[in-house]
Design a protein around this ligand. Structure first.
Ligand SMILES: [Mn+2]
Length: 345
């Protein structure tokens, strides 16, 4: 990690860094932090000659060698970041609520618009709405491009930033063109490195955030954090980590709830952790307690599936969405628990 001796390097200075790095088969990235930019060396930075050459430059303060495989996500490399930005919303300063429908129904847009207003009323800071769906069964509803317009309509009407999942480059392009504020990478694509790299490059310098879910297979923490590293290395540090339950599932739940890893992620990284209790437990009867647990573990927020009329919803909504009144109550209680939990960190 190259730390300059001024807030931002000129284009010429940045080019000089890259020219030296190229001699060592490395590249130099650029991360816009709040206080200053930092410049990660991407590649093998173990050669002392490379470090000495860079440290000899007049605009470089020093090179900080990061031992972890995730140089950018490591806790010690906060880059002056105190909160990530998704459009007008910030996550990481207090306990945030992201809420909305699992799946936007293109035939009944009024449900999503009503849900959007109800989520806002409950305190949601970002509205989630599934446009494209990764479904286990190919014969179930897979999502619809038309739902993107409904999502953007809800954004315009409520003023809330919006979040949706993208699974391929076409969806990524459409979402960014439409003005989606937070891209979601789901549990099935959480280790799709080609997609992660594309997301990183596509959002470089843009006020777009990414919420990266943990892979469904319960891999090691370093694997999860390194997946986020792919996105940040593209040049945008607005990334949140999302435990969402893993396999094998706990009998009675939809998956194996893993909200307790929040504590480990926060110890190892600077990134906000937003827990998804809805998919972990998969039952509206258990979602409130799972939200409260996330707050107790010190998460920076929860992402909850909610619907004004769950039984009329699509995707997971009939099985696991909570109603807006439940959402409003549990969010308030989560904030209180989060404040208590803070006293232990
Ligand atoms: Mn869902």
């Amino acid at each position: 990690m190259i730390i300059p001796n001024k807030p931002r390097l000129t284009d010429e200075e940045y080019a000089t860094l890259n020219a030296i790095a190229a001699e060592f088969h490395c590249k130099v990235g650029q991360i816009h932090g709040e206080a200053m930019d930092v410049y990660p060396i991407i590649g093998d930075e173990s050669d002392d000659l490379l470090i000495n050459r860079i440290e000899g430059l007049p605009f470089v303060d020093h090179v900080a060698r990061v031992q972890e495989p995730y140089k950018l996500m490591a806790r010690g490399n906060k880059m002056g970041i105190t909160a990530i930005k998704a459009g007008t919303a910030e996550i990481g300063r207090d306990f945030a609520l992201i809420a909305g429908a699992c799946t936007i129904d293109p035939k009944n847009p009024q449900y999503f618009i009503e849900t959007a207003f109800a989520c806002k009323e409950a305190g949601a800071r970002i509205l989630r709405g599934g446009v494209w769906k990764p479904r286990t069964n190919p014969h179930t509803f897979q999502g619809d491009d038309k739902s993107l317009q409904i999502l953007m309509d809800a954004k315009a009407k409520t003023g809330l930033p919006v979040n949706t999942e993208v699974m391929d480059e076409r969806q990524l392009r459409l979402a960014l063109e439409a003005g989606v504020d937070m891209l979601q990478i789901g549990a099935r694509n959480a280790l799709n490195y080609s997609l992660l790299k594309n997301v990183g490059v596509s959002i470089k310098g843009k006020p777009v955030a990414v919420i990266l879910k943990r892979s469904i297979h319960a891999g090691p923490m370093d694997e999860f954090i390194s997946a986020a590293e792919y996105i940040v290395a593209g040049g945008n540090p607005n990334v949140a980590l999302c435990p969402r339950g893993t396999v094998p599932k706990v009998d009675g739940f939809r998956y194996n709830p893993d909200d307790h890893i929040t504590m480990l992620l926060k110890k190892k990284t600077w990134a906000p952790v937003v827990v998804d209790p809805s998919h972990a437990v998969g039952n509206p009867a258990y979602v409130p307690h799972a939200c409260l647990a996330a707050a107790a573990y010190g998460a920076d927020g929860v992402m909850v599936e909610a619907h004004v009329n769950p039984k009329a919803g699509l995707g997971d909504d009939p099985k696991q969405a909570v109603t807006p009144d439940v959402l409003a109550k549990v969010y308030k209680d989560c904030q209180a628990i989060w404040r208590v939990a803070r006293g232990y960190t």
